[in-house]
Design a protein around this ligand. Sequence first.
Ligand code: SF4
Length: 233
Amino acid sequence: MVFRLSELYTSIQGEGPNVGTPTVFTRFGGCNLRCAGWACDTPYAIFPKYRNEWRRISWLDLYDEIIKQPAQNVCLTGGEPFLQPRSALAELTTHLVTARKTVEAFSNGTILYPDWAVDNVTFTMDWKLPGSGEDMSNPIRLMNLNRLASSPKPQAIKFVVKDIDDFYTAMGLWGQYVKGKTNITTYAGRVWSDDPERLTDAQLAEWIITHQMPWKLNVQMQNHIWNRSQRGI
Ligand code: SF4
């Protein structure tokens, strides 16, 4: 029951509820999706050709490495972190919480979140929109949303918006499923791309304001601080 670990480093959390917080990024290898609508920003954590870079590591050895990192907040990310062995993830998380670390997870929402995770982890669940090229209607995501709504922890969902059609789709999903779930904060961020015609932070901010959506703009601060092609940011 070992993890596949792509990388471990400390940086500043650039998005979600802990934006700006020094954070230990625990990036696992492997993802069950292949978002075709844009270039995934962590190809080295999803494509099999990078598998020889992924370290196989037990939960206890990973715990020891995380504890030595210089930050209190721990982000489980990928790829898709919940593809990793469940019992090992449970051991790692509960021991980190016991050591007074805060634990968050960035996840695509397509794998059912277990009770121990919902009780101990602040999720940022990515809700895929048509621009991603992935299926936005996966029923597991709705089940996860309802689990997050009953969590004792603050929780978040994130829409990654490619264009105005994605924005309107996100408005509809939010109105139907998320509105009224008071412990869930909604973030919207634009797709990062080198296309000069791409959506900008300013345009997305304007749409959020114009439509009076109670959402937070997710700017992916790390990409403003560092070169986004750099690893370990
Ligand atoms: S779900 Fe996330 S990690 Fe997986 S392919 Fe899509 S953008 Fe990349």
